[in-house]
Design a protein around this ligand. Structure first.
Ligand code: MRU
Length: 371
């Protein structure tokens, strides 16, 4: 997608130096557009843990390139295999909820198992990381195509002349900045916008890190998609008053029973959508499916983060990015990063292979190989 009218991916290998992986430093969006260099495995782990990059698919791709850098670091070591296992463990320990992280690491490990030659391993890991990246772009595009049909149906039902916008509420950032291109929840929105459908997006700010305000608003703005920023708590009110036609969110891990983990607060949106008969769709690449987990609410690991993220808020003051304290300094805060929405509140899962029910049967129909 575009920033200042130029097309970018969220992660790329430098043209001249293949040992340099570059990403946008998402900690500074929308105020500053900076890149961050990843040249070794510690920097890859830092980028994921500190949310330089974030969003389940991008976390996965970054970890894949981290494994590639691990192969370079392992080359001259006597304990090559042991070292690569340590790198995999280090990357896996960065964030617990998005399953794309462990999925991408396993994909690289599997690809590496065919060779013992250190140079060959480096080449294999780079090729596989590049492929995971390319696949994510294709998969998100296809999610967009399937989700577009849902938006087209609502647009047609709502009005013949297209004057009334299809109002879509999204939570957090499941946009192109969470993936490589297109996004998951935003892919249908971008494709509907490109197809000339009148769409308008309600953007939840998503405290405490404000990925909605900082990232989703930024990227929709850059693509000229009409949108309005709302605070986290506004969705229910809008739904009660017929101002939301569709809720469209992403997910960091979807369990075998169709329960979906996503940014904290998603569950409350699903409850409000259910109470107001607003369709609630979840867009996901199959790399986000975790069929080893039978019951998502019970078993998906939920990340807890530093209380400072709740107690302070970051923004731009007089041109400088600053943090300000919101509460008494000594007040304790709890910071759960994600919650799990039970499958019964999910109208459907939009995947690269089509839309299915959020249930074991539904997922099995599209992805039998996952079981
Ligand atoms: O904590 P983050 O910013 O990594 O969380 C991101 C989300 O919760 C997204 O909605 C989710 O990863 C889906 S991304 C396509």
């Amino acid at each position: 997608m575009k920033i200042n009218n130029k097309h970018y991916h969220t992660i790329w290998v430098d043209d001249e130096n293949t040992q340099l992986i570059q990403v946008f430093d998402q900690r500074f969006f929308p105020h500053e557009i900076k890149t961050f260099d990843i040249t070794n495995t510690d920097e890859a782990a830092f980028a994921i843990k500190e949310m330089v990059v974030r969003g389940a698919p991008l976390i996965g791709v970054t970890a894949a390139y981290g494994m590639y850098l691990g192969c370079i670091e392992a080359k001259d070591r006597s304990d090559r295999q042991g070292y690569l296992t340590q790198v995999a463990n280090k990357l896996n320990a960065t964030r617990p909820t998005a399953v794309n992280l462990s999925w991408a690491i396993k994909e690289i490990q599997q690809a590496l198992s065919v060779s013992d030659d250190p140079d060959e391993k480096i080449a294999i890991a780079l090729a596989k990381a590049n492929q995971i990246k390319q696949d994510d772009i294709e998969v998100c595009y296809r999610i967009g195509q399937h989700g577009l049909k849902i938006i087209q149906t609502i647009a047609a039902r709502k009005n013949r002349d297209g004057t009334k916008p299809v109002n879509i509420l999204t939570h957090c950032n499941a946009g192109w900045l969470a993936t490589i291109d297109w996004g998951t929840a935003t892919a249908p929105i971008y494709q509907a916008h490109e197809a000339g459908i009148n769409v308008h997006v309600w953007v939840d700010e998503t405290r405490p890190r404000n990925q909605g305000a900082n990232l989703t608003a930024f990227e929709l703005n850059q693509q000229n998609v009409p949108h309005t920023l709302i605070n986290d708590n506004t969705g229910g009110h809008l739904m009660q008053h017929g101002m939301v036609d569709l809720v469209l969110v992403g997910t960091d891990r979807t369990a075998r029973n169709g329960d979906v983990a996503n940014k904290i607060g998603t569950y409350l949106k699903a409850l409000a959508a259910h109470d107001n008969q607003v369709p609630f769709y979840v867009a996901l690449p199959s790399s986000t499916l975790d069929c080893s987990i039978e019951n998502g609410v019970r078993d998906i690991p939920i990340e807890t983060r530093d209380e400072k993220e709740v107690k302070y808020i970051q923004g731009r003051v007089n041109g400088e990015i600053k943090s300000v304290l919101l509460c008494p300094e000594t007040t304790p805060a709890a910071n759960y990063g994600f919650d799990v929405t039970p499958a019964k509140y999910v109208t459907g899962l939009i995947t690269e292979r089509g839309v299915c029910a959020a249930s074991e049967e539904g997922i099995k129909q599209l992805f039998p190989e996952k079981f």
